[in-house]
Design a protein around this ligand. Structure first.
Ligand code: GAP
Length: 434
């Protein structure tokens, strides 16, 4: 983990936020490579959840949201964690995450004390005020999940898209939770990005769709590079279920500190639509004009986090091997997840090579995210690209000036192949195919 955090900072994936002021409460900023990788994670999700399906449409709902939403959804009452204070060192903890002593008492990870205050429910939603007056009438909340935006737009989407169950709405966006104990790098933060699908189905089909989405989502992670033995599905016990769920399974990843949740897949039943219908007085149901059938769909919800997914991909990809008797660090990221797909590397920074190298760069930029690097010796540039996971390097040498061909180097095998420039786009595109 330490090595990964170091690499993330050194190579520009993730920086501690406000670092020049000593950081700010477990917040992080995504640097140039982190932004590219996060976009790729989201694109891989969007492609499979929306683009390759007929029955799923997109949505981007507001982050600042009405208290009425959270009252109806039950979050104002139920979205809490049990907060305890250690009476010895005064640190605050989530009671359900504390280790216990041999005789079953809660133990403070900071001072080892076992004397705690009674657990009290702490609501995780961030409260703010809209407009210049800070009174009860101007209260708003930063959404703690994107999901409610889907439910309050259910009627709008049905009306505009003419969909019939099963159909889904997909949304990627920031959510906020005032976590008591953020930590493990970007695993648990107070500001984070979610990728959520709400899949509306006929109630009697919900168990089948729940199974379907558990399998689909597990497959998605393996398709993009997580080995099967580093990932598992863990069904929630009855006690763990959220207030809206009758069945949940977590996709868990083998993090260096143990199994941790990447995604939750829940059968939310008709809880949310019924709650919003009751609170708003609107009709939130599906009506089939052909059959006269009318019902409130059940919702199956696969809900994933961008940062956790990125972390899992990075951890699974991180490898140290040996090339030409030298140790190298290589991120064996899936080509569609890696920040750059291609690095364009002129062998020398002499003026004679640069115009052709620029030509190659401009050829490839429309089909792939390209890095362009003219600094240092070529071997060191290959090592840098290996370390940031770039699957292909394209090298332009002095021969290229005569034969109009370049060398394509593969990150994993380090094999090199000479490719004519007029076939380069085709050669690169086929290697990067989804
Ligand atoms: N709408 C359902 C929902 O929000 P969740 O299991 O609470 O379910 C879904 O969140 C995913 O969002 C989690 O599996 C995780 O990947 C991500 N997530 C939740 N809280 C997070 C936090 N504090 N920091 C980073 N990611 C978080």
């Amino acid at each position: 983990m330490e090595e990964l955090v170091r690499l993330c900072k050194a190579r520009g994936f993730v920086f501690p936020s406000a670092e020049i002021y000593g950081g700010f409460r477990s917040t992080y900023d995504y640097g140039p490579l982190g932004v590219l990788m996060a976009r790729n994670v989201k694109e891989a999700w969007w492609r499979e959840m929306v683009q390759l399906r007929q029955e799923v449409v997109g949505l981007d709902a507001a982050i600042l949201s009405s208290p009425k939403i959270w009252e109806a959804s039950g979050h104002l009452k139920n979205f809490t964690d049990p907060l305890v204070d250690c009476r010895t060192c005064k640190q605050r903890w989530r009671a359900d995450q504390l280790p216990t002593t041999d005789d079953g008492k809660l133990e403070c990870p900071n001072c080892g004390g076992t004397d705690f205050t009674e657990a009290r429910p702490f609501n995780l939603m961030f409260k703010t005020f809209v407009g210049p007056v800070e009174d009860e009438g101007s209260v708003a909340y930063l959404r703690p999940e994107t999901a409610q935006g889907h439910f309050v737009n259910f009627a709008n989407i049905l009306q505009t898209e003419r969909l019939r169950p099963p159909f889904g709405t997909a949304q990627i966006g920031k959510s906020f939770r005032n976590e008591i104990t953020p930590g493990n790098f970007v695993f648990r933060t107070r500001e984070f990005e979610q990728m959520e699908l709400e899949y509306f189905v006929p109630p009697e089909d919900a168990p089948r769709w729940f199974e379907y989405w558990c399998n689909e989502r597990l497959e998605w992670y393996t398709r993009f590079g997580i080995p099967r033995d580093m990932i598992r599905l863990r069904p929630h016990t009855k006690e763990e279920l959220s207030h809206y769920s009758v069945a949940t399974a977590d996709v868990e990843f083998a993090f260096p500190w143990g199994w941790g949740e990447l995604e939750g897949i829940a059968n939310r039943t008709d809880y949310d639509l019924k709650a919003h219908a009751a609170a708003s007085g609107q009709v939130l149901e599906y009506f089939d004009a052909a059959t006269g059938e009318r019902y409130v769909p059940y919702v199956i919800e696969p809900a994933a986090g961008v940062a956790r997914t990125m972390m899992a991909f990075l951890i699974a990809a991180y490898t140290v091997d040996e090339v030409d008797g030298e140790e190298r660090t290589v991120l064996r990221l899936h080509p569609r997840i890696a920040p750059y797909q291609v690095a364009v590397l002129p062998l020398s920074k002499k003026d004679t090579l640069l115009p052709l190298s620029q030509e190659v760069l401009h050829l490839l930029q429309p089909v792939a995210m390209c890095d362009y690097d003219i600094t240092r010796a070529i071997g060191r540039r290959y090592r840098r690209q290996d370390e940031i996971g770039t699957p292909l390097c394209v090298t332009i040498d002095f021969e290229s000036l005569d034969d109009k061909a370049v060398t394509v180097r593969d990150r994993d095998s380090t094999a090199q192949e000479r490719v004519p420039m007029d076939r380069l786009v085709e050669a690169i595109s086929s290697r990067l195919a989804w």
